[in-house]
Design a protein around this ligand. Structure first.
Ligand code: NDP
Length: 336
């Protein structure tokens, strides 16, 4: 659970509390309720905003004293709903970080097992981060073969899918990551060029060397100084996809926000900036198109999807903290 909101700065392990509570029993189920036993929890950077307890964001903040919640895939272990049976594998987009819990049937959906019978895939290769990559890189970015795309956090849950979907559409792909191992991985999945932003020296120079002909699509997961530097290298009619801004999630105060200097490039290059939040695309034809394309590519061995998997719910807080130091290598999930 989260005893108190953590407004600014980095969250610490001591900010989480592990509690033993009595497991729910079948007898306490009201009509249309189910008991879920999570199999895999998704660990996501956006949860930092919910921990801060700020009102008016795109999703409710966590309430103090209660369980942390996030996307998870679970088995139904008891059901008082006509729509779910014991043994069904379901997705709860705001499920509890508990080993078993009661929820309303209307809050969950059956995992689309026609695309994969493996529960892990529904927080992995077919999960929310991969879907965000699909929406940003293939729908909003309107890619054309031969164009150049730059993607930050390129080995992560979102980034590695951006690299591979962009490559499949004939783009020249430049990936940026925070370690040499990650850089190697990004190249191994198809990036034409990749570099380590921690050791590359001057960002402006490094991007210029990687993209001598400029950038047509800038898919950003980090914000801040690197976002700014890339803006200086965009081409005419570039599309800038703002997917995340992880450099800005743990600031001690709003005064520390990075002030973008190169916005005039957007004007001069007649570029567009598109921010998005993935929840608007759930259960739409775009979601179906994503499942169809990515499940086929994955089954055919044409894409890979690296997971950063830890064991046991008690490992979830550390897995969450690791997102902000780059210790995760691939999409972060916790197995129960
Ligand atoms: P990742 O798997 O990419 O993990 C986070 C990574 O961010 C780390 O491994 C690290 O990689 C990098 N990172 C952490 N701190 C910093 C820093 N200070 N500066 C630069 N890089 C840093 O996470 P996801 O794929 O789940 O998410 C990627 C981004 O997309 C996040 O910003 C997230 O909030 C956003 N997102 C947005 C969605 C939307 O709907 N718009 C949906 C899903 C995710 P490295 O070692 O390479 O530095």
């Amino acid at each position: 659970s989260l005893p108190n909101h953590v407004r600014g700065g980095f969250v610490k392990l001591a900010d989480f509390k592990i509690e033993q509570v009595a497991p729910p029993s079948k007898d306490q189920l009201a009509d249309n309720q189910v008991i879920l036993r999570p199999i895999y929890y998704s660990i996501d950077p956006y949860q930092r905003g919910r921990i801060a307890g700020v009102k008016g964001s795109f999703i409710e903040s966590y309430s103090e004293g209660n369980a942390i919640t996030n996307i998870l895939v679970a088995t139904v272990v008891a059901s008082a709903s006509a729509d779910y049976q014991e043994g069904d594998v379901v997705i709860d987009n705001d499920g509890k970080w508990e080993t078993e819990y009661v929820t309303e049937a209307c809050a969950i959906s059956k995992a689309p097992t026609q695309y994969s019978a493996e529960p892990k895939d529904h927080v992995g290769v077919l999960g929310m981060a991969a879907f965000s990559a699909y929406v940003g890189a293939t729908v909003l970015a309107k890619p054309k073969a031969g164009e150049t795309i730059l993607v930050s956090s390129a080995s992560g849950g979102v980034g590695q899918m951006v690299v591979q979907l962009a490559k499949a559409r004939g783009l020249r792909v430049i990936g940026v990551a925070g370690s040499d191992d990650k850089v190697e991985y990004v190249k191994s999945i198809g990036a034409d060029v990749a570099f380590n932003y921690k050791t590359c020296g001057n960002y402006l120079e490094a991007i210029k060397v990687a993209a001598p002909e400029g950038i047509d699509i800038w898919f950003d997961n980090v914000g801040g100084e690197f976002l700014d530097a890339a803006l200086a290298h965009i081409n005419t009619h570039a599309r800038i996809i703002i997917c995340g801004a992880i450099t800005q999630y743990n600031l001690s105060s709003p005064d520390e926000r990075y002030g973008i200097k190169c916005l005039t490039s957007v004007l001069i290059k007649k570029a567009s900036i598109h921010g998005f939040i993935i929840d608007e695309y759930y259960d739409t034809p775009t979601h179906v198109a994503f499942y169809e394309e990515v499940s086929q590519l994955y089954r055919a061995g044409k894409i890979t999807y690296r997971l950063s998997e830890t064991d046991g719910l008690e490992s979830a807080p550390q897995a969450f903290l690791d997102l902000f130091t780059g210790k995760n290598f691939g999409r972060s999930i916790v197995k129960v």
